[in-house]
Design a protein around this ligand. Structure first.
Ligand code: TXA
Ligand code: MG
Length: 321
């Protein structure tokens, strides 16, 4: 059900949830101070309570108001990338509902870059907790019509057009390597819309001492091995090219009775465009009858700017060959 900004506001203030556009993917938002709304987010998505939600705010100041500490490294990152596709894991204020953080002592915060999201957040006046507006484990929506299809028109959607980035935000946590040092450890919990190169660049320019590493965090179930999955199986060809000869073996391994029809996912050569189009391509291919979605990983698609894309495709895939 499509709604305008005023109705979206009324619904949120009445404890309802509303899907809204961000530059990454559409979010399913509820007021952070309304437990009924927070519970609805989990039930509509069929999302387990152990998966914490990101809180969206309109400014650095409002982000800071939800944390007990704001290290200088976050100030540098927030000034460089907010509004934008970066989520910072911060020590949370006690009063924030444990429903948002799954009982963790930290909260993920981000200022999205979409003008409608910023207007909505400014008018609501409190943060909106919002996961991606899809059923748990499924492909994230990058247009309002994806949200409509995902929830059979039963969720209120604010239409802000197609998402510019198309992949979720980068989620990171920073900590000092030890209390005496001035050296920051940056852990990437989920690669996303801001690349490692961009993060390194911003921190170097600010003269900070740091290292960056990828962490598979139990605290970040967006890292579950199976996630972001379309409704049809995806075969990720990591080491060899696809050949129809593989079909009988795959058919047997996936234990599917229908005659599978291989369809190709062709990624754009530019990683930014590839990211922007990825989820809607997956959705379109999954609509083809009996589709078996094939993705080939090409050698030229392996530099860092492709990290987030391959992270999602690995989790979306049923088999890797
Ligand atoms: O781009 C995005 O981040 C989108 C838009 C709507 O903002 N949101 C999104 O939310 O992707 P969701 O719920 O699908 O993914 C949030 C990820 C999850 O992997 C979650 O585990 C992690 O962020 N996360 C949230 N709070 C965390 C925390 N306190 N510690 C570690 N990971 C956290
Ligand atoms: Mg999600």
């Amino acid at each position: 059900m499509y709604v305008h900004l005023d109705l979206a506001l009324q619904l949120l203030n009445a404890g309802e949830v509303v899907a809204f556009p961000t530059e990454t993917v559409y979010g399913l938002g509820g007021r952070i101070d309304n437990e009924v709304a927070l519970k609805k987010i989990f039930s509509i998505k069929a999302r387990p309570f152990f998966d914490p939600l990101i809180v969206h705010v309109p400014s650095i100041e409002s982000a800071r108001s939800l944390t007990t500490s704001w290290p200088p490294v976050y100030d540098v990152l927030a000034r460089a990338f907010w509004p934008g596709p970066l989520t910072l894991i911060c020590d949370k204020l006690d009063s924030l509902s444990p429903l948002i953080t799954s009982g963790l002592t930290t909260v993920g915060l981000r200022v999205p870059r979409h003008p409608l999201a910023l207007e909505l957040l400014t008018k609501v006046g409190v943060g909106l907790a919002a996961p991606s507006a899809n059923r748990f484990g499924r492909t994230s929506p990058t247009s309002a019509s994806h949200v409509e299809a995902e929830f059979n028109g039963e969720v209120a959607v604010l239409d802000g057009g197609p998402c510019e980035v198309g992949l979720e935000s980068t989620v990171l946590r920073a900590s000092l390597t030890n209390a005496q040092s001035n050296h920051w450890r940056i852990e990437i919990l989920r690669p996303g819309g801001v690349s490692n190169a961009e993060i390194r660049n911003a921190l170097s320019q600010a003269g900070l001492s740091f290292d960056i590493k990828r962490t598979e965090s139990v605290a970040s179930p967006g890292h579950l091995k199976a996630h972001y999955q379309p409704t049809r199986p995806v075969i990720l060809m990591k080491n060899r090219k696809w050949s129809d000869d593989l079909l009988p073996d795959i058919q047997r391994r996936l234990q599917l009775s229908e005659a599978l029809r291989p369809v190709r996912l062709e990624l754009d050569a530019d990683p930014r465009l590839a990211a922007r189009r990825l989820y809607s391509q997956l959705r379109q291919l999954a609509e083809k009858p009996n589709a078996l979605i094939i993705v080939e990983r090409k050698p030229e698609q392996s530099d860092e700017s492709w990290d987030a894309i391959w992270d999602r495709l690995e989790r979306a895939s049923t088999l890797q060959i």
